[in-house]
Design a protein around this ligand. Sequence first.
Ligand SMILES: *[C@@H]1O[C@H](CO)[C@@H](O)[C@H](O)[C@H]1NC(C)=O
Ligand SMILES: *[C@@H]1O[C@H](CO)[C@@H](O)[C@H](O)[C@H]1NC(C)=O
Ligand SMILES: *[C@@H]1O[C@H](CO)[C@@H](O)[C@H](O)[C@H]1NC(C)=O
Ligand SMILES: *[C@@H]1O[C@H](CO)[C@@H](O)[C@H](O)[C@H]1NC(C)=O
Ligand SMILES: *[C@@H]1O[C@H](CO)[C@@H](O)[C@H](O)[C@H]1NC(C)=O
Ligand SMILES: *[C@@H]1O[C@H](CO)[C@@H](O)[C@H](O)[C@H]1NC(C)=O
Ligand SMILES: *[C@@H]1O[C@H](CO)[C@@H](O)[C@H](O)[C@H]1NC(C)=O
Length: 261
Amino acid sequence: MQQKIIDVILLCLCLNGVFGDEVKSVSVMEGQNVTLHTDLTELHTHDVVEWMFGVQSPKQIIIAEYNREANSTSFNTDRFKNHLEIDDQTGSLIITNITTQHTGLYKLEINRKPSVLIRHFNMTVYARLPVPVITIDASQCSSSSSSSCCSVLCSVMNVSHDVSVSWYKGKSLLSSISVSDLNIRLSLPLEVEYQDTNTYRCVLNNPVSNKTQHLNITHDCHTCSVGVLSCGSTETVIRLVLSVVVGVATVAVLIYDIRCK
Ligand SMILES: *[C@@H]1O[C@H](CO)[C@@H](O)[C@H](O)[C@H]1NC(C)=O
Ligand SMILES: *[C@@H]1O[C@H](CO)[C@@H](O)[C@H](O)[C@H]1NC(C)=O
Ligand SMILES: *[C@@H]1O[C@H](CO)[C@@H](O)[C@H](O)[C@H]1NC(C)=O
Ligand SMILES: *[C@@H]1O[C@H](CO)[C@@H](O)[C@H](O)[C@H]1NC(C)=O
Ligand SMILES: *[C@@H]1O[C@H](CO)[C@@H](O)[C@H](O)[C@H]1NC(C)=O
Ligand SMILES: *[C@@H]1O[C@H](CO)[C@@H](O)[C@H](O)[C@H]1NC(C)=O
Ligand SMILES: *[C@@H]1O[C@H](CO)[C@@H](O)[C@H](O)[C@H]1NC(C)=O
């Protein structure tokens, strides 16, 4: 009886939007099993649980339904085929081997007559990151003012949203570049001296993971060892190349924008 009263109070709070308006953000990596929790310890006998996907109706579709009394589950959609399970104790939704296609808004509705418990989730699924590639910066190879420096580029192809590329010297960040919503090539230059004994690494990051490639000066500078630039101009060059890369990215954004329109 007491539990019932508490439940009714909780459900009323939900109906009044105390829980209902809150959107819980979930960020995960492709390939994981993800559980969207109802936060209930146990369903009631007459509960009917509905999980929905998509923006507000009419585009929102029911992807899973669980009737506690009948202990019957139904899944209804192509996009989630073979990716869904429902926990029969709690009504929580389990998305197995999640893909980037499953990014979007989810809504939970538990019908517990005469009330409805509602929860919203905003799921972002990030693609697996490739390992960044370090190459000699061939554009710098022709100038032969000094033989003590080496210019390298850390690049990555086909990355999507919220990805950044950074150079670290030991533990300190040297430079970083990011593009928020494009599938293009990202490149970040670095200049080192052949005699440099510090450890350099290039790190590719998204909000849920990272991949690292270490610079091996002996190996990576090999092909352009006749000398490239004078080290004094390092900063200028980094600035110059950075601005070119950012310029290209900006143009790409513009073209993308125009195409879309
Ligand atoms: C994800 O869930 C599936 C099915 O329940 C299971 O076979 C698989 O091992 C799980 N994978 C991980 C990474 O937990
Ligand atoms: C629901 O049915 C499945 C078999 O389909 C069974 O394993 C499970 O224990 C049942 N759950 C409950 C809570 O009765
Ligand atoms: C997960 O999905 C990918 C394709 O999306 C597939 O290649 C892989 O085999 C799946 N893994 C499991 C454990 O089902
Ligand atoms: C969902 O999350 C994405 C990325 O984190 C954000 O851009 C979007 O505005 C969020 N949507 C809602 C409805 O909270
Ligand atoms: C990048 O994507 C394009 C088209 O989507 C594909 O043809 C190309 O092989 C990809 N490159 C890499 C390095 O994955
Ligand atoms: C990369 O991820 C690991 C965990 O996988 C974490 O310990 C490390 O701090 C991350 N590095 C950066 C630079 O984000
Ligand atoms: C760096 O590259 C050189 C030449 O390819 C190789 O002999 C050496 O083992 C590499 N060092 C590391 C730490 O990988």
